[in-house]
Design a protein around this ligand. Structure first.
Ligand code: PGA
Length: 250
């Protein structure tokens, strides 16, 4: 099965010209790794120009955040209809950086429903802020999944991707160990099966947090994940190309 890489550019790069250049490099690197599906999540101000200009089939597009509201007086927000019209087929929901700005599990629940309602796929980000020996972080993740996916029927799970991104490993020096990720993947699957039944067994799970070309292959092999959400290794063209190279031989 193809692995998945989400290139979350966050609030980068600084100009449309740079965004086009980065997109060019992203396309090139993606072409070299046919076994990987690449989903580019640029800042929404760049999304339409990049997606409309793109004629290939290798890449898909995501928005980094969306409103759960359909339309109306919501200054600064972007609706799902607008995102879909700009050719996004995926939406990141509940990224740790959005949660840090105040997004709650309940907000995420509403957004996930809204994403599915327009026929797009939700990449639902979960992950604890810190870890301690008592395993309390499992409760945090279970709660994020239980509320975030509360309105979803089992038949819709195919349009949900879970991105496990422990906050302490985002923007850090190194990712969590593949062994710990494997354990978390089992836990996530169990939590979803408990809530939605056996269909939860097939849930797609990604890992995010300090992934790059030096550690991605091991994580893909031993971490029980289908792929990654990248930050820094996606908006640095050289790092992205290294990573795609590493995955093309995995
Ligand atoms: P990072 O970010 O790869 O720069 O650690 C990951 C993320 O926030 O998705």
């Amino acid at each position: 099965m193809k692995s998945i890489v989400v290139a979350n550019w966050k609030m980068n790069p600084i100009s449309g010209k740079e965004a086009k250049r980065l997109f060019g490099a992203t396309k090139k690197a993606a072409d070299a790794a046919k076994n990987v599906s690449v989903i580019v999540a640029p800042p929404s101000i760049y999304l339409r120009e990049l997606s409309i200009g793109y004629k290939g089939k290798r890449l898909s597009f995501a928005v980094q955040n969306v409103s759960a509201e359909a339309e109306g007086a919501f200054t600064g927000e972007i609706s799902l209809a607008q995102a879909r019209d700009a050719k996004a087929t995926y939406a990141l929901v509940g990224h740790a950086e959005r949660r840090a700005m105040g997004e709650t599990n309940d907000d995420i629940r509403r957004k996930v429903s809204a994403v599915l309602a327009v026929g797009m796929t939700a990449i639902v980000c979960v992950g604890e802020t810190t870890r301690s020996q008592d395993g309390e972080y499992f409760d945090r993740v279970r709660e994020q999944l239980a509320t975030g996916l509360a309105d979803i029927s089992a038949s819709k799970l195919g349009r949900i991707v879970i991105a496990y991104e422990p906050v302490w490993a985002i923007g850090a020096e190194k990712p969590m160990s593949a062994r710990d990720m494997h354990e978390m993947a089992i836990f996530i699957r169990k939590a979803i099966v408990d809530q939605h039944g056996p269909a939860g067994m097939n849930i797609k799970i990604l890992y995010g947090g300090s992934v790059d070309g030096t550690n991605a292959a091991e994580m893909l092999r031993d971490g029980d994940v289908m792929g990654f959400v990248l930050g820094r290794a996606s908006y640095d063209a050289q790092k992205f190309s290294m990573l795609m190279n590493a995955l093309s031989t995995t």
